[in-house]
Design a binder for this molecule. Structure first.
Ligand code: GDP
Length: 444
């Protein structure tokens, strides 16, 4: 998980100061020494670290902390606010042109994830904002780039505008915008060419596209795993083109976080989105405050709720509630539930969004074994439809067959059946209690 080392170090530093009834300069100095090291180790830009430490130190020995009844916690609040500020403060929204279409130029070096992100962004714009984007293949140099965007378009059932690799990118962009106007697309996402390094030819071409299309946004896609290199790349693209936003990809990997914490300060360009995986729905709006909260182990309930809303089908939830009430919940329903939770992402990332989860006993080094869930799914999938609905009818030989079919042991099959029975019993009890309550209310 991203930011792990930084999060661990900052959290243990904060832990030391949290309960203090009095905070003096020596305490702050000691704490800031650790914060400084933690940030440097996370590959945060040297100057950014220096400024950050200075600001937090000044505020921590100032009146807002001294006068507070809980100075320890007040210092943590200062750290969180400054961390949020470092990443841009407010969430930075995507532009909407007063006269459609809104034109977005996607730029970046090869391998950063530009083409994938173009597809992900189109998907997000349609899903979350109800927009109708047109994807434009303007990378005519990398042999597979046009094909890659077309494949993404197919997966998304979205149109891709391309004129092959013999027409200039400027001309492609021009014709694409005309087409978007004719066909009422409200967003045009131009996937431009990448290179291995920043070079003059590339910049010249990008400037030409910018000149002609007058884009509402120029998003630089950078790979978070490349740390300070990402910051340097952002700086040179910004100087040459004037970026409006950065998309930081591969934040699902174990990046130390340096890029996320430095880009805004160094380039004065906000991070607008973050890539959280290879799939087309793995792009999220970047919220500095939520990220700061996660790094400091304070959880991120808002993202958790959004994830649940996006992944849990409302109709299914209602149906499920009815099944629980009438105690007709089957193994198929159980499988469905597991699937919905899984769609929300890796389980230990989800757990980290729950405030205080990291402080619960045993949770700090809890490794959720995703394989275990896979085993449960395999066992259920080996049952017949009748067995899923009436597990009580299963005899020893059927259980043996299910164990064999799923590659699990008989004990595991028995354990699952027992747990399921207990769960159903519990549902019945809760339902009966509720019925009793209702009755009592009706006939007092
Ligand atoms: P481009 O050369 O910049 O257009 O890069 P691509 O879009 O071809 O992406 C390069 C590789 O990075 C591909 O294998 C992508 O699947 C992968 N990738 C892109 N974004 C992410 C992300 O957020 N997380 C992960 N894990 N992989 C990503």
């Amino acid at each position: 998980m991203a930011f792990e080392g930084l999060a661990d170090r900052l959290q243990s530093t904060m832990q030391k100061i949290r309960g203090k009834g009095k905070v003096n300069e020596a305490d702050v100095k000691e704490m800031m020494r650790e914060v400084r090291l933690a940030l440097l180790e996370a590959d945060v830009n040297f100057k950014v670290v220096k400024d950050f430490v200075k600001r937090v130190s000044e505020r921590s020995v100032g009146q807002e902390v001294l006068k507070s009844l809980t100075p320890g916690q007040q210092v943590i609040k200062v750290v969180k606010e400054e961390l949020t500020e470092l990443m841009g403060g407010e969430q930075s929204k995507i532009a909407v042109a007063s006269k459609p279409p809104t034109v977005i130029m996607m730029v970046g070096l090869q391998g950063a994830g530009k083409t994938t992100t173009t597809g992900k962004l189109a998907n997000l714009l349609r899903k979350k904002y109800n927009r109708k984007p047109l994807l434009v293949a303007a990378d005519i140099y990398r042999p597979a780039a046009i094909k890659q965007l077309e494949t993404l378009g197919k997966q998304l059932s979205m149109p891709v505008f391309s004129l092959g690799d013999q027409v200039s990118p400027v001309e492609i962009a021009k014709q694409a915008i005309e087409k978007a106007k004719e066909e009422h697309h409200d967003y045009v996402l131009i996937d431009t060419a990448g290179r291995l390094h920043v070079d003059e030819n590339l910049m010249g071409e990008l400037k030409d596209i910018k000149e002609l299309t007058k884009p509402d946004e120029i998003f630089l896609v950078v790979d978070a795993m490349t740390g300070q290199d990402a910051v340097n790349v952002a700086q040179s693209f910004n100087e040459q083109l004037g970026l409006t936003g950065v998309v930081l990809t591969k934040l699902d990997g174990d990046t130390r976080g340096g890029a996320a914490l430095s880009i805004r300060s160094v380039t004065d360009t906000p991070i607008k989105f973050v890539g959280m995986g290879e799939k087309l729905d793995a792009l999220e709006a970047f919220h500095p405050e939520r990220m700061a909260s996660r790094i400091l182990g304070m959880g991120d309930v808002l993202t958790l709720i959004e994830k649940a809303q996006a992944n849990v089908d409302e109709e299914k939830a209602k149906e499920l509630e009815k099944k629980m009430r009438t105690a007709t919940f089957t193994f198929d329903d159980f499988l469905d539930q597991l699937g919905q939770v899984r769609n929300m992402g890796p389980l230990d990332d989800i757990l980290k969004m729950i405030p205080g989860a990291n402080k619960m006993k045993g949770m700090d080094n809890l490794q959720i074994d995703e394989k275990q869930i896979g085993h449960v799914e395999a066992i259920i999938r080996s049952m017949t439809t009748h067995e899923k609905e009436h597990p009580e009818t299963m005899n020893a030989s059927r259980k043996k067959r299910i164990a064999k079919g799923s590659g699990r042991s008989i004990q595991e099959v028995n354990r699952l059946l027992k747990q399921f029975e207990e769960m159903k019993k519990m549902m019945k009890q809760v339902t009966n209690m509720q019925k009793g309550k209702k009755k009592g209310f009706k006939f007092p």
